[in-house]
Write a protein that binds this ligand. Structure first.
Ligand code: GTP
Ligand code: MG
Length: 355
């Protein structure tokens, strides 16, 4: 699962990427797309602390999510040159994190002629819409051309044409493609186009230190992750943990926001976590919503998927209430589920399989 971080030039995209991942991407230089950095981070999860108290594992392994700093997607909005490579990278991600500048600074150029969060957000959305429109029109042209010839797959082409025309209509009304009612079959049809406005997105306000204590309210920015003072959080990461507290207090920061941003991204991607405890290892696993027990077992090992027999499942809340697997079994909270069982968020699962 991968989130692409984008923003207007100098909005603090790379700074936020560093703050979230602990990477050391170069900050402050104009990077029009030659720069695409990846990093994998762990997803904070309070349930793991509770489960660790129950299982007392030797090792605990958190779920992960990948972030990518994609510079230069919107460079042309400010007179630069946007990078086709950046756009291509963005088409590959599962979700988009839009950095919206809200910090003031005498040293950082205000690229749209002033700091205006809503305007930045609208400008970015507009660009994503235009990028999708370009793909739609190109494909519609190609279909029209093909339909003039006697092609065998006529019906399929006409279907695709109809769907794309509905898409074009939405985009022309400045609605993202997520606003278009699509059947499962339509979605499958459109998948190969990797439309940007079909991807879930989240905005992060990159606030200045002076805005930490008085959260800014910007109507129309949605959905919104917790605001982050990216520069400060990036610097805090560089400190030893025992020094960090004093600096945070000075800045009026109660907790680092980056953990909550990571969590929000994870949730945005319809990720579901289930847990296993095997050979002293407590582990969080990620599956997409709607995944069945057999495919979930396959996340761990393909042998477990192929030899799947059943899953012993207890929900996190039930287990936390009972305090142990033994007690959960006694109280009838441990369930036997078959291969088609849809894994729920927080399930603690023991898989039984034939080797
Ligand atoms: N005062 C202040 N400056 C910030 C903050 N976040 C980023 N900056 C500064 O803004 C400038 C741009 O930050 P970057 O992270 O490089 O921005 P970017 O969006 O990656 O820029 P490009 O990749 O060139 O498009 C740098 O000089 C940062 O130090 C902030 O919260 N407060
Ligand atoms: Mg950058």
């Amino acid at each position: 699962m991968r989130m692409g971080i984008v923003g207007l030039p100098q909005s603090g995209t790379t700074t936020l990427f560093n703050a979230i991942t602990g990477a050391h991407g170069e900050v402050g230089g104009y990077h029009a797309g030659e720069q695409v950095a990846h990093a994998v981070v762990t997803v904070p999860d309070e349930r793991l602390d509770a489960l660790a108290r129950i299982f007392k594992p030797k090792e605990t392994i958190l779920a992960t999510i990948e972030f990518e700093d994609i510079g230069g997607v919107f460079a042309h909005l400010t007179g630069g040159e946007s990078s086709g490579r950046a756009l291509a990278e963005l088409r590959e991600v599962d979700g988009i994190l839009m950095v919206v500048r809200s910090f003031g600074s005498a040293f950082v150029p205000e690229v749209l002629g002033g700091v205006d969060a809503l305007r930045e957000y609208k400008a970015m959305n507009q660009e994503l819409l235009l990028a999708d429109l370009e793909v739609i029109e190109k494909r519609l042209h190609a279909i029209e051309r093909d339909l003039r010839k006697p092609v065998p797959e006529r019906e399929a082409l006409q279907r695709e044409q109809q769907v794309l025309e509905r898409c074009r209509e939405a985009v022309e009304q400045e609605k993202g493609l997520h606003a278009v009612q699509l059947s499962r079959a339509d979605e499958t049809l459109l998948r190969s186009y990797s439309f940007l406005t079909l991807k879930p997105h989240l905005c992060v306000l990159n606030i200045g230190e002076d805005q930490i204590s008085s959260p800014l309210v910007v109507e129309g920015l949605s959905p919104l992750a917790p605001a982050v003072c990216a520069e400060l959080e990036m610097e805090l990461l560089e400190l030893e943990e025992d020094e960090r507290g004093a600096f945070m207090e000075d800045a009026g920061l109660e907790e680092m926001a980056s953990g909550r941003v990571i969590r929000a991204c994870y949730d945005l991607l319809r990720a579901r976590t289930f847990f296993t405890h095997v050979s002293d290892k407590l582990r969080a696993w990620t599956v997409e919503a709607g995944t069945d027990a057999r495919r979930a077992a396959g996340k761990i090992h393909t042998d477990m998927e192929h030899g799947f027999i059943r899953a012993e499942v207890v929900g996190f809340d039930d287990l936390a209430e009972c305090g142990s697997i033994r007690e959960a079994r006694l109280r009838g909270r441990l369930r036997m589920e078959g291969k088609d069982y849809e894994v729920r968020a927080g399930d603690v699962i023991t898989f039984h399989f034939a080797r």
